[in-house]
Design a protein around this ligand. Structure first.
Ligand code: FAD
Length: 280
């Protein structure tokens, strides 16, 4: 751990105990925080002891607590749909059941199951790496982020809009991501998934999820290849040309050691078209 200036780790028991000072950060699983050098960080607020149930269901939504671990989330996929991790993480087995996405997205981490046991859904979203598979999952299902504001009150926004860039979010200082709310209607859609990395267990180069509702609305969510989630939304299944135009208009392709922007754009277009045909 290279957090050499940390003086204090506070463990709130209730919401009113949570206060995040200007040189402090929320601590969830710590799989990122404890892996990087960060000078000037004086305090951590560990939110993992607040006792939030990892997953709850309401009449209209599946609610995933920010502290839900990736391991807990992966178990939302019924065992019969939990296929070989490498193939699942590439989307090589196609499932129209959206519950398969939880397993596929968990397997889209560069990280192994050991990290899954502590890494949280909220930590992944708040970190806002392009290759954040919990961002891919939540954005593709039109999930809403519930954000606790400092001093009380909460606000909500789509996860797809919460992540605004590479390690950039719309979270304001002192705000805490409390949960993500997935509408049950999203889980009634048919979905398709594709992902590629430069090697089998590598960091995501691009990840495309397509979702089609009973009324024909079709949403393509591109993450990993872009610096923030991009959604292409069509009231009816698009033609190949319309979809191609939509992908061509994306202007935030990411470029790093895990893939060039040209390659990410080409693979995203190819995957989107495959998924369009698959959901037709
Ligand atoms: C081997 C390895 C492989 C990895 N592979 C990937 C990968 O493929 N893709 C990827 O995206 N990441 C990857 N990571 C990084 C990291 O493990 C994950 O992003 C993980 O999901 C972070 O969750 P956490 O709970 O451990 O977050 P933490 O490390 O606890 O926190 C991460 C950041 O989010 C903030 N934060 C956490 N929870 C909240 C909250 N509820 N509200 C507001 N802010 C919050 C923290 O202050 C911190 O800035 C990898 C890490 C390792 C060690």
């Amino acid at each position: 751990m290279d957090l050499i200036d940390v003086q204090e780790i506070r463990v709130p028991a209730t919401r009113s105990d949570i206060s995040v000072g200007p040189s402090e950060k929320i601590l969830a699983g710590g799989t990122w925080l404890f892996s990087v050098l960060e000078t000037g960080l004086t305090g951590l607020i560990d939110i993992t002891r607040l006792g939030w149930p990892p997953v709850t269901r309401t009449d209209s939504a599946l609610v995933i607590a920010a502290t839900c671990t990736v391991a807990e989330l992966s178990r939302l996929t019924p065992p019969a749909l939990r296929t070989d991790p490498v193939r699942a993480g590439r989307g090589l087995e196609s499932h129209s059941d959206p519950l398969a996405l939880f397993w596929q997205c968990a397997n889209s981490f560069l990280a192994s199951f050991k990290i899954w046991n502590v890494a949280t859904v909220g930590g992944n979203i708040a970190l806002a790496l392009p290759a954040g598979p919990m961002i891919s999952l939540a954005a593709s299902l039109d999930a809403e982020a519930v954000i606790w504001m400092p001093g009380g009150g909460e606000r909500r926004m789509p996860v797809a809009e919460l992540v605004t860039g590479v390690m950039k979010t719309a979270l304001m200082p002192g705000e805490v991501l409390r949960e993500v709310v997935i509408p049950l209607t999203s889980l009634e859609s048919r979905t398709g998934f594709r992902r590629i990395a430069l090697n089998d267990l590598g960091r995501t180069g691009t990840l495309v999820i397509a979702r089609r509702t009973a009324t024909g609305e079709t949403v393509f969510t591109v993450t990993g290849g872009t610096s923030h989630p991009v959604q292409l939304r069509f009231a009816q299944p698009p033609t190949a040309a319309l979809l191609r135009d939509g992908v061509s208009a994306i202007d935030c392709w990411y470029d790093d050691a895990h893939g060039s922007s040209d390659w990410r754009r080409a693979m995203s277009g190819r995957f989107a078209e495959q998924l369009r045909q698959e959901l037709a």
